[in-house]
Design a protein around this ligand. Sequence first.
Ligand SMILES: NC(=O)c1ccc[n+]([C@@H]2O[C@H](COP(=O)([O-])OP(=O)(O)OC[C@H]3O[C@@H](n4cnc5c(N)ncnc54)[C@H](O)[C@@H]3O)[C@@H](O)[C@H]2O)c1
Length: 370
Amino acid sequence: MAGEIGIGIVGAGGVARGAHVPGYLSMPDRCRIVAIADIEIERAEALAAEFDIPHAFDSYEQLLELDEIDAVSVCTHSDFHAPVTIAALESGRHVMTEKPMAVDLASARAMVEASHRAKRILAVDFQTRFIRQAQTMKRFVDAGELGEIYFARGRYVRRRGIPGRQAFHTRAQSGGGALMDIGVHILDTGLWLMGFPTAVSASGSIFRKLITQEELFNPMGDWDRSATDVDESAVGLIKFANGAAMTLECAWGMNVGETDFGITLAGDKGGGEVRFDEARHAAPGMHPVRVFKDTGEMLVDLIPSSDRAVGSYPPRDPPKPHTLSMQNFVNAIIEGAEPLVTGDQGLITSTIIDALYRSAETGQQVDIKL
Ligand SMILES: NC(=O)c1ccc[n+]([C@@H]2O[C@H](COP(=O)([O-])OP(=O)(O)OC[C@H]3O[C@@H](n4cnc5c(N)ncnc54)[C@H](O)[C@@H]3O)[C@@H](O)[C@H]2O)c1
């Protein structure tokens, strides 16, 4: 049936316009966007007019009253992910929530409990998993090429890229800074590549060395220095019950020589590395995916061919990861399957992020009980 799943979108800002709307519009035979809501009604109306969306509201409660809505995308600032998600689930809708799941662990847990009670899908838009490089590496991992992965090194380090929007700068609205905003992506993808081993402890440090400086080069915009209380960078060590470990480095801004967005994996049969930042893998000698093998005689690096005759890797115009994420969500609803990124997995990531913040605060390693 054409457009069988009716979608409602809550929050009509950047991620709704750039990711969710195009994602749903990419599959007109499977879903249609029925309504959009934003507390700033002009935003909802502008998006509705631009994309021919039948209804625009200034509250999510009104949106949830529409019978035609089967699923809701939550694109508000992070402090509203939990209340909107829980209300949508309790009204019988499936939910795709933006990351981070919530501004605190208790809210993330309440979201997952609501999805279990309602028997509805809760998916999280951790779209890094859908980037071609991550998908390729996952196939090597699942085929056993790396063996048992005992170490992962995740990095999402921007030299400069402190968000210029105030909502990202207050813990009350965002739940945290770089760790909460971008650290979550690399943690989620790292855990997924490792097969979600059970985390048992976390040790972290957060930094606020640049974010309050008045004179700072930052092409991503400006913010009120006196009204920011979040971390601009963080590092962490996560230990797992099977003896494996993962380190995490993330930064909105750091005085280092390179932006670095990728994951390195070490396994007992091989290793691997994915790089997500295009500038880096476009550089000579850099490759977006590498698998490392020991033949007994030598070490061999496998790289996907980007010979023009057989096609470049990754392809020149790959589908957008966000679009794949929305498609995966809608397909999961229609097919009664699990989405690639489940709320339960999102809760694990939230639990580890929470432990890293608590460790940074206390200076101690924090035990994790999942
Ligand atoms: N997955 C990703 O890579 C990714 C990328 C960008 C943003 N995000 C996440 O998406 C969320 C939104 O980010 P953004 O960049 O679109 O912000 P934004 O400021 O551009 O848009 C947020 C919108 O939500 C609206 N809003 C706030 N509270 C609301 C409520 N209670 N009901 C209805 N609307 C409400 C605001 O008026 C605003 O229009 C954040 O949680 C952010 O972390 C995720």
